[in-house]
Design a protein around this ligand. Structure first.
Ligand SMILES: C[S@@+](CC[C@H](N)C(=O)[O-])C[C@H]1O[C@@H](n2cnc3c(N)ncnc32)[C@H](O)[C@@H]1O
Length: 257
């Protein structure tokens, strides 16, 4: 895949503990079935993918991600029953190939969730389960200030994926019903991440949402952007130690009949 890879697994993993909680909350929604075939879409560095496969007792687990840096790391977690491949989850589908389609903190990066979820649903075998978690926090100052600053320094800044792509929880519930899932669970949950200081929000954002600015800004522009962003964010949030970072997420689960 020839796209720019702004993902830095080490930066992303600085907040691994906080990011893991929703992953496991989502995994707990999946009902136990015998030796399922599991796919983890937007699997990142694969560490959680391999553990998910073990936890669900999977016969086969596939991790898919579009970042070569993430997939390179992920391959160190491959085994006889766990494999990884590069792919674009925005167009991914494998007709009736899986018992569990799982996507934690990845679907927000792709547009048109109606079409995406239709393809993912079609990749489930009868009785298969869909489990998806997306952030729903585009109204936090960390996102609003990044947008504001990007519009000042770039002619055509890449949009905030969460603001552009993520739907309301009730829209996902309707969509799951339209897709023929008659059993479902959709909830909005507020995670309160206790960070050591408000400055840590900058480091958090550098590992995810801000990655989209790296390429258009170039190295020098990126350093400047981060420094102005840090100043504005601290002036908005205050220099708080610790800082409770409230983070809204939508968790959804549904099972095919
Ligand atoms: C926030 S990380 C989540 C990683 C992992 N699921 C976890 O819970 O730790 C988002 C991942 O989605 C991947 N991603 C973003 N857009 C993608 C796309 N169009 N196709 C495949 N993967 C994508 C990124 O490369 C990144 O690894």
């Amino acid at each position: 895949m020839a796209t720019f890879d702004g993902w830095d697994p080490s930066q992303y993993n600085r907040f691994a503990a906080q990011r893991e909680q929703p992953f496991w909350d989502l995994a707990r929604l999946v009902r136990a079935v015998s030796s399922p075939a599991v796919v983890d879409l937007g699997c990142g560095d694969g560490r959680l993918t391999a553990t998910l496969g073990e936890t669900l007792g999977a016969a086969a687990t596939l991790g898919v991600d579009s970042s070569p840096a993430m997939i390179d790391r992920a391959r160190s977690h491959a085994s006889e029953s766990v494999r990884f491949e590069l792919g674009d989850i925005g167009v991914w589908e494998e007709r009736e190939a899986f018992d569990v389609v799982f996507a934690n903190a990845s679907m927000q990066w792709v547009p048109d969730h109606r079409a995406v979820m239709r393809r993912w649903a079609g990749s489930l075998r009868p009785g298969g389960q869909l489990a998806i978690q997306v952030p729903s926090n585009a109204d936090h100052p960390a996102h609003l200030l990044a947008e504001e600053l990007a519009r000042e320094v770039l002619d055509d800044p890449p949009p905030d994926a969460v603001a552009r792509n993520v739907l309301a929880p009730e829209t996902y519930a309707e969509l799951l019903d339209e897709l023929g899932f008659h059993e479902q669970h959709v909830r909005l949950q507020v995670y309160v991440h206790r960070l050591s200081s408000s400055v840590d929000v900058v480091e958090w954002m550098k590992g995810t949402s801000l990655t989209r600015f790296k390429e258009p800004l170039g190295d020098v522009g990126w350093e400047h952007f981060v420094s102005v962003y840090r100043e504005r964010l601290i002036s908005r949030l205050g220099d708080r130690r610790p800082y409770l970072y409230p983070f809204k997420r939508i968790l959804m689960w549904a099972q095919r009949s």
